[in-house]
Write a protein that binds this ligand. Structure first.
Ligand code: SAH
Length: 262
């Protein structure tokens, strides 16, 4: 005989980068049936809360500690509630979700994760670029500068910069000067293209294009201090062009198409 489940569950949902249409269909359905929502108020677009049934209790986690967040989860799920924990972008990037999972595991509370559109991809969409241009870079590094949260030394920006892969740098625009210094130290030429995308997909999105030489001044002038992606690499503006893709090359044969070359 199956045991009736009285406990509720927690659903971690990626809210997307800002534009409320950029949540997944599955994520929006979770919000529609949520009994309670805990959302990261500093970055999640509050318009998304309009998807909830009227009267659904909502808590802005910007004012809460981890202990307070999990206390709400214990309390709600013990009454059978489905709780949506709404994180900006995709929850797996700087979402501080693992520590919540560990608490829930200890209490035997079931949870699942619905991914979201990370701001890194909203930023690429805003500048209409591809991170993986043939013969330019086939790698994307997602990282941040060390700040009040440390970064392991082996991942210091200057070390990662040595790869000269495409890079997306989160949580760092407030210290643009150090970002650029580390990138130069790592070996990027001063002419390397760099873009700063503030509030990608929001109505007040701002895009700055420059090089390692010019970007610090541009960011200062624009007054951008937070909520921005820093994209770096030749993929932004390949000085000497790039190779066309093999996949769509008429001479290239692959599983789905016979090319003109044997
Ligand atoms: N999980 C989120 C990242 C959270 S960390 C994601 O996947 O996007 C917060 C950082 O994300 C910000 O400091 C900024 O670097 C970036 N960010 C979040 N939303 C953004 C947006 N709409 N535009 C540009 N950068 C954004």
């Amino acid at each position: 005989m199956s045991q009736k489940k009285t406990n509720g569950e927690v659903i971690f949902v990626g809210a997307g980068p800002g534009d409320p249409e950029l949540i997944t269909v599955k994520g929006s359905r979770a919000l529609e049936r949520a009994d309670r929502v805990i959302y990261a108020g500093s970055l999640v677009n509050p318009e998304l809360l309009e998807l909830c049934r009227p009267g659904t209790p909502v808590h802005d986690s910007a004012h809460l500690t981890l202990e307070e967040v999990v206390a709400l989860m214990y309390e709600g799920t013990s009454h059978g509630e489905t709780i949506v924990r709404l994180h900006t972008g995709d929850p797996s990037m700087y979402g501080a979700i693992k520590e919540q999972f560990d608490h829930l595991d200890k209490q035997n509370i079931s949870y699942s994760v619905i991914p979201g559109v990370s701001s890194v991809f909203a930023a690429a969409a805003a500048v209409k670029r591809e991170f993986t241009l043939p013969e330019i870079s086939q790698t994307l590094i997602l990282t941040r500068m060390a700040g009040r949260t440390p970064v392991p030394e082996r991942e210091a920006l200057a070390n990662l910069a040595k790869h000269q892969a495409s890079m997306a740098i989160f949580l760092s625009v407030q210290d643009m000067h150090s970002v650029v210094e580390a990138l130069l130290e790592g070996g990027y030429p001063a002419s390397t293209p760099i873009a700063v995308i503030s509030k990608a997909s929001w109505p007040d999105e701002e895009i700055l294009h420059g090089t390692l030489e010019t970007i610090v001044e541009k960011v200062k002038l624009a007054g951008i201090r937070k909520q921005a992606q820093i994209l770096v690499g030749d993929f932004l503006d390949p000085a000497n062009g790039y190779a066309r893709s093999k996949l769509y090359d008429p001479t290239f044969t692959h599983e789905y198409r016979q090319g003109s070359k044997p």
